[in-house]
Design a protein around this ligand. Sequence first.
Ligand SMILES: Cc1cc2nc3c(=O)[nH]c(=O)nc-3n(C[C@H](O)[C@H](O)[C@H](O)COP(=O)(O)O)c2cc1C
Ligand code: SF4
Length: 518
Amino acid sequence: MIPRIYIPGDSGALALGAEKVAKAIASELAERGIEAKIVRNGSRGAYFLEPMVEVATANGRVAYGPVKPSDVKSLFDSGFLTGGHHKRWLGAPDKIPFLAKQTRLTFARCGVTDPLSLESYKKYGGLNGLTNALGLTPAAIVAEVTESGLRGRGGAGFPTGIKWKTVLDTSGDRKYIVCNADEGDSGTFADRMIMEGDPFVLIEGMTIAGIATGATKGFVYVRSEYPHAVAVMNKAVEIARKAGVLGASVLGSAYAFDMEIRVGAGAYVCGEETALLDSLEGKRGMVRAKPPLPAHKGLFGKPTVINNVISLASVPVIMDKGAAFYKDFGMGRSRGTIPIQIAGNVKHAGLFEAAFGMTLGEIVDGIGGGTATGLPVKAVQVGGPLGAYFPRALFDTPFDYEAFAAKDGLIGHAGIVVFDDTADMLKQARFAMEFCAIESCGKCTPCRIGSTRGVETIDRIAAGIEPEKNLALVTDLCNTMKFGSLCALGGFTPYPVMSSITHFPDDFKPAPVRVAAE
Ligand SMILES: Cc1cc2nc3c(=O)[nH]c(=O)nc-3n(C[C@H](O)[C@H](O)[C@H](O)COP(=O)(O)O)c2cc1C
Ligand code: SF4
């Protein structure tokens, strides 16, 4: 059997030099006259070990990482094609603590299989969920997804089954499934990883959603900063179409479903579902007032399911193993698993899929290993640019939608950005307002004007101008934005601002004191 070498083609791994490593391995193979098959897999998500190269040996896979092109000669000399020891040797990938501690349901195949091999997808359980779904009525599929407790992983945590039921129950000559792959939250990369590493799972999830709701057409709206994901998804759709997974007769059934990949132009607000629909329709991305809900009048005015990549990619495992299996993971009303993305100033950056319920401290200190700089953790922002900054005192908060909300925070798309004690929380609060001002779609006043006034007022606090009065003004402004904005961009910007003020009051002291403290 010719040796198989797995080198990630994932853009995170590429950014860390995977392409150069692949070239070095290919030329070393040629030089030594060794025949081997190089598979460009996705990433397993342990980015601190990327580029992570794996070889398939008689005793299973053996991983090496992070591999540099300069390591390649010595890897061959050490017999890495048969799992030989080397300073980059990591052993069996699923025994690497960062990976071994995870519960991989949605990401079970990511980094393991060849992303564009449908055969490999099927070998690892792919299409089981769709096959099962085809044996059920649409209402029974919706009931199964509802029963699983799956909630939207894009940010709002809305129950997926209920959204699907609304579309199923709404009549329309045409219905759509729209996948939100805009992934604009800071520190997040789960959607990208799935699209690059296991595209068929998203195709399968969207197809099940189509069958369940009566939609025959799907669109994936991908951010323009993800060219690799776009390329992989386009190829995967073509392969799925040729194989009869997509098309006029899904897997030979009476159901039709097809899909297209569309690329956004790069606006955070286009991740908001109604702005996304406008953008998809070829208009400038502006938030629409609700009602009507997209489930009633969505894309081109037709009933539309809009779900995040991870929500849709979690459906195949639910339909494969059953709602009860999925629901068994998690806590409270947060069921199943969630891909937590650990980023920022952290030692072990990467994607960690786990059942809901781990504490923030376990994630940041235990899994993330603390800061990369070695300095104490000062704050972590959970849930993207609209998420609250949590201090160490809140590290006992379990990763659960309700537990975070109870502490004025949010889980969002499950991105965690870690900051060490050099972070200036006044600057972070200012950044939140500035970000809102830049990204605001401009439709409503509290967001469009409020964010700019917020920047100015925080600047006055930083300059020591009437700090108490201006702090009260920021608080007042945050309340206006929170309760008066049309969408969560203006409505949630107060979370990072107010959490900074509440948990890190010293950073908002008047300028002379701040200077003295520094
Ligand atoms: C400003 C803003 C940006 C958003 N960006 C995204 C995004 O990038 N991806 C996403 O899935 N949801 C995003 N959302 C949430 C979507 O509006 C919507 O709730 C989600 O796509 C629904 O899918 P889900 O139920 O599967 O989570 C954003 C919301 C707001 C207000
Ligand atoms: S809150 Fe901001 S982004 Fe949302 S609708 Fe209003 S102006 Fe647009």
